[in-house]
Design a protein around this ligand. Structure first.
Ligand SMILES: [Zn+2]
Length: 422
């Protein structure tokens, strides 16, 4: 090494040191800024949280089930909490949860510190599949209600009918809610009482999960059904002005019911869970809509269907019940008489006269009490939000075709279980 090279080496060392310092300083600044900005986001991705928002593995957890006749204070005292603390919890709870509504069979959990002397940190009571009560024993007592994290997954399923749609779907581990949704979409196309062996279906839908537990089917996007060799497609389409299920041509899968069973007539009493009965003079539910009209006014079937009952009871008077499809049924009470030919098994068309207004049974004056069933439950047809029965307006057709084609492609990709190598 010569004398000439020494100062150059020194310069090099200084330059390198400065560079190292700069880089290090830069890294420090980055780390610092990470701490304040980006790290929160990263942590959420890295740390797995349990149903109640606690990091997995962060606590020792003891889980129990509420036994019959167990009260909240029984349960809390099993955690060795003092009566004073239990009293305070009960007091603070009033705003978020009524402790008397605690139910046998529900789960509760104690969260303890994960160390040699575990300390109770949180108490969790599961109010329902979604809601829970959280009590925290930090510096100050925390009592709050929380909601579990719901994950929505896009799913698909298929099946071949062996006995009934219900059995086939249950065999395929599909939720009852999905079965009901599919039946509703196809209600006007498929008579599910006559679904036959060899009928097949495919479905694309969204399902909500809490952990790995299914908690609901928020939407069905597309359905394909082969009913006795006939192919039916239903594509869900939604815009600001219209939403419903449409066939590949953009026609609605739904048919409209008449708004009322009378051409003229006024609503005299609406569907109610508690109304003063005009004859009995005490409160009871009124699961129908009354239309007052002159004696003898024709009563019309609100949709195509089959008469299942045409009979008399002391309450209903002369009444007719019609099954429109697997989902909907209607009933018409207090008739003066039936129209000719109306008896169980008679096929009726929308708008067909099935009887005449009267006041038979428990009625104060001539009216028809109109009752509407959806999936076996009485509902207020005036409040039912039906999907659109209108065809798609021309200006939405191209948007629909895009959705239709992508869903059709997805449906095609779903194998039938039988074709699916296990
Ligand atoms: Zn009524």
């Amino acid at each position: 090494m010569t004398d000439k090279t020494r100062p150059r080496l020194l310069t090099l060392v200084i330059v390198i040191s400065l560079a190292v310092l700069l880089v290090f300083g830069f890294l420090l600044i980055r780390r610092f800024s990470n701490n304040h900005h980006e790290q929160d986001v990263e942590e959420v991705q890295e740390i797995v949280l349990d149903d109640f928002g606690f990091p997995e593995g962060g606590f020792l957890i003891e889980s129990e089930v509420v036994r019959s006749n167990q009260t909240l204070s029984h349960i809390l005292s099993s955690f060795s909490l003092s009566p004073d603390v239990i009293h305070l919890i009960a007091e603070r709870m009033q705003e978020v949860f009524n402790p008397r509504r605690i139910k046998a069979g529900q789960n509760y959990h104690g969260y303890y510190t994960n160390d040699s002397v575990p300390q109770l940190q949180y108490f969790i009571y599961e109010i329902s599949t979604l809601d829970y009560l959280k009590v925290g024993f930090g510096d100050s007592l925390l009592v709050e209600k929380g909601e579990k994290q719901v994950t929505t997954l896009e799913k698909s399923a298929s099946g071949m009918i062996t006995s009934s749609l219900w059995n086939t779907m249950v065999d395929n581990n599909l939720s009852p809610e999905l079965i009901i949704r599919i039946a509703e979409v196809l209600a006007w196309e498929v008579d599910f009482h006559r679904v036959q062996k060899g009928d097949r279906f495919k479905v694309i839908f969204k399902e909500d999960f809490v952990g790995d537990k299914s908690v609901g089917v928020p939407s069905v996007d597309a359905v394909y059904f082969v009913n006795q060799g006939r192919e039916i497609y239903g594509f869900h389409f939604e815009s600001d002005t219209i939403q419903g299920f449409f066939n590949p041509e953009g026609e609605s899968l739904r048919k409209v019911f008449l708004k009322a069973p009378l051409e003229f007539g006024r609503i005299s009493s609406r569907f109610s869970h508690s109304r003063m009965h005009p004859v009995l003079k005490h409160r009871r539910p009124h699961y129908g809509t009354d239309y007052a009209a002159p004696h003898g006014t024709p009563i019309l079937s609100v949709g195509d269907g089959v008469v299942t009952q045409a009979a008399y009871t002391s309450g209903n008077g002369n009444y007719v019940r019609i099954r429109h499809n697997s989902v909907y049924e209607t009933q018409y009470l207090h008739m003066s008489r039936f129209a000719s030919g109306i008896r169980p098994g008679t096929k009726v068309t929308q708008g067909q006269v099935i009887g005449y207004v009267g006041a038979t049974g428990l009625a104060t004056g001539p009216h028809v009490c109109f009752r509407f069933w959806k999936n076996g439950q009485q509902v207020d047809h005036l409040r039912e939000e039906f999907p659109s029965a209108d065809p798609l307006p021309a200006e939405l057709h191209s948007a629909f075709l895009v959705i239709r084609d992508s869903l059709a492609l997805e449906l095609d990709k779903i194998p039938f279980r039988e074709e699916n190598p296990v």
